[in-house]
Design a protein around this ligand. Structure first.
Ligand code: MG
Ligand code: MG
Length: 273
């Protein structure tokens, strides 16, 4: 299932270009996070994203991707991923929204997603699910080391979710290699045993993106051909960052601080061992 021969390995100069693209995505998502308030529509958020990306001299990766009509995916409540922004979809206090955003700068891609509660009335269980999803993603990065295997990441994601509670882990979608295209080999599962798959080497760039639910992990695609919803209509969370493996550990290209705040200890302990 792993096609190692197709994994694109980046040079230091190419990684710097991916960092520039990643920062466009990071800064755009910060604007969107601040714009998520009751009364805003997902089309409003899409407009903010497109303006932010284009003002940086970049191009929205999603717009036109297999015909996708917008610059972000906006997935609200029981929508898991790939929701299409719409003027008629107005956020309400207590909603949970996942925003996925990608940008191309100088031919290189960044891809990242956040899950954000809307307004002051978010159910603590929903906020907790979003935090668990984020923690699982970061555990995946912390498990990525040169000489390790791809599924070490998958295993860390799953273990973090499983140990946090009775969440569903969506298995029909996952992370991916990224570089001169948004989606490259290899596919990155959000579950599995460690020690499997391609060896992790310097210059490998991956997007890790857990999707978890408060109920069943089963999903359906709506008639629009894009929106993925939970079959049992339970709420879902989705978080994503793009990282590259360097000699100093994982560099999270779509995080403003490169991942230092979350991975500093992991990197230090790895270097000490
Ligand atoms: Mg994405
Ligand atoms: Mg992705």
């Amino acid at each position: 299932m792993f096609r190692t021969q197709h994994i694109q390995i980046k040079t230091d100069a190419q990684i710097d270009k991916m960092r520039a693209a990643g920062l466009v995505v990071a800064e755009t998502l910060e604007k969107l996070r601040a714009a998520v308030v009751p009364g805003v529509s997902t089309a409003d958020l899409d407009a903010i994203a497109e303006e932010s990306i284009r003002a940086a001299g970049a191009v929205p990766s999603f717009k036109g991707y297999h015909g996708f009509p917008a610059s972000i995916c906006a997935s609200v409540n029981d929508q898991v991923v790939h929701g299409i922004p719409a003027a008629g979809q107005v956020l309400r206090d207590g909603d949970l929204i996942s925003i996925d955003c990608g940008a191309i700068l100088d031919g290189w891609h960044g891809d990242s997603a956040i899950t954000v509660g809307v307004g002051p009335s978010v159910d603590p269980r929903h906020a907790e699910m979003a935090r668990v999803c984020d923690d699982a993603m970061w555990a995946g990065f912390a498990a990525a080391r040169i000489g390790g295997r791809l599924s070490d990441i998958s295993h860390a994601v799953e273990q973090t979710v499983r140990s946090a509670g009775d969440y569903g882990i969506v298995t029909g979608y996952g992370g991916h290699g990224i570089g001169t295209e948004m989606h490259q080999d290899p596919h990155v599962l959000n579950y599995g045993k460690p020690g499997r798959g391609p060896k992790l080497i310097k210059g490998m760039a991956l997007a890790v993106e857990p999707m978890i639910t408060l109920g069943s992990p089963e999903t359906d695609e709506l008639e629009d051909g894009w929106t993925v919803v939970t079959r049992d209509r339970s709420l879902a969370a989705h978080t994503e960052h793009t990282f590259v493996l360097t000699d100093d550990g994982p560099w999270v290209l779509t995080a403003l601080d490169g991942g230092r705040a979350r991975l500093g200890d992991a990197v230090t302990s790895r270097q000490a061992s």
